[in-house]
Design a protein around this ligand. Sequence first.
Ligand SMILES: Nc1ncnc2c1ncn2[C@@H]1O[C@H](COP(=O)(O)OP(=O)(O)OP(=O)(O)O)[C@@H](O)[C@H]1O
Length: 257
Amino acid sequence: MRLQVMSVSHEFRNGSVRPALEGVSLTVEEGQFVALVGPSGCGKSTLLRLCANLLQPTRGQITLDGQPPAHAVTQRQIAWLAQSPALLPWLTALQNVELAGRFHNVQRETRLSPREALEMVGLADAAGVYPHALSGGMQQRLALARLLTQEAALWLMDEPFAALDELTRERLTLELAEIWGRLRPTVVWVTHNIHEALRLADRVVVFSPAPGRLRADVAVDLPRPRVESDAAYQALLRQLRAALQGLPAADELLEAR
Ligand SMILES: Nc1ncnc2c1ncn2[C@@H]1O[C@H](COP(=O)(O)OP(=O)(O)OP(=O)(O)O)[C@@H](O)[C@H]1O
């Protein structure tokens, strides 16, 4: 699914006017994995919510395969994963996945069965376990399995692994990169972690502090799995740090594309 964000600005108006995004234009091609990074409050989650039709832009336009996001929502083409896995505590792991599959794909044959999805995220042995008995990492894996059965064309991911410990987070990031490589949905991934962005994404988009504007758009042309010690990885890391810190190099990055 191709995502186009065209000159989008968004202001929250609860008593006062709070600009959250200003003049953001961005195209994410079908099957591309784009990470959004930027300081806290720069509007990353707002952009995801706009793409999911949970908010309407104050100015500008967003399209998914040329249609307004509402269309993709009714077609159940958008999957959402956030920090909190939002599992149903009275259902087992398998039942949680089954329920989501039924809800999202009433009329379609799913490519992945709930059991296959559990297997894919390494939870085959936990099918009969209730969410409270799963660790934080396992709960997030379960949420990922649920997302996989939805077969959505666009995955909107709002720091899905941010609440996990560093090791679990790294492991899940690698697993997710592998799953994405097999299914190739379009992904927009919000993160504070530039290593996570560099491990996963085809492109990293950097936002300025609030109200968020596009500060840099960096292609990550490195083979997967990405190796942190590679010189090319380190060069990209420096570019991203410079962009985040607002050094002059950031403007060059933006102009270079
Ligand atoms: N419902 C809302 N009403 C009013 N202001 C809001 C609302 N949601 C977000 N904001 C404001 O909009 C700005 C952008 O918020 P947003 O959550 O999109 O940022 P973010 O980049 O995702 O932040 P973080 O990295 O901390 O999650 C912030 O100033 C925030 O306070």
